[in-house]
Design a protein around this ligand. Structure first.
Ligand SMILES: [Zn+2]
Length: 145
């Protein structure tokens, strides 16, 4: 599988760790969007598209974010620590929607996205730079760092 295109949309954001949104095209025929470039302690991190995990209120059945203490709908108190823990014992609040399943593929994506991001940053310093059109997904930084 080859990455045939990386599109980078640089963003200015209240959370300064979030640097850009990207879309990746594989083999010129499959696109994954909503990939995030995040400035981490060890450099740039490429976060796969993810969704917030949620569960249902025992009382009314409404959907709530795992971090919610009270039900959004009926106000019932929700249990604490409902999120599953990852291997480091951190609460798992997001689930990847699409992701590589081995280290080689993860590295390939990381390198392609980082290179495209750096190119875009350089281009953005040129006069007449026009950022690409891309609708922006939610700008929350997943808890991966
Ligand atoms: Zn409820």
């Amino acid at each position: 599988m080859e990455i045939s295109e990386v599109r980078v949309k640089l963003i200015a954001n209240k959370d300064e760790r979030l640097k850009a949104f990207c879309s990746l095209t594989f083999d010129k025929e499959f696109v994954i969007r909503d990939i995030k470039v995040i400035e981490g302690v060890k450099g740039l991190f490429v976060a796969m598209p993810s969704r917030k995990m949620s569960d249902h209120c025992n009382k009314c059945g409404s959907k709530n974010h795992l971090r919610a203490k009270y039900c959004n709908n009926c106000g019932a108190q929700l249990g604490e620590n409902r999120a599953k823990k990852d291997m480091q014992g951190k609460m798992k609040l997001h689930a990847d929607i699409a992701h590589p399943i081995n280290a080689a593929c993860r590295r390939k994506i990381q390198e392609s996205v980082t290179a495209a991001y750096n190119t875009e940053v350089e281009q953005s310093k040129q006069p007449g730079y026009k950022p690409i059109e891309m609708d922006t997904p939610d700008d929350e930084v997943p808890d991966i760092l």
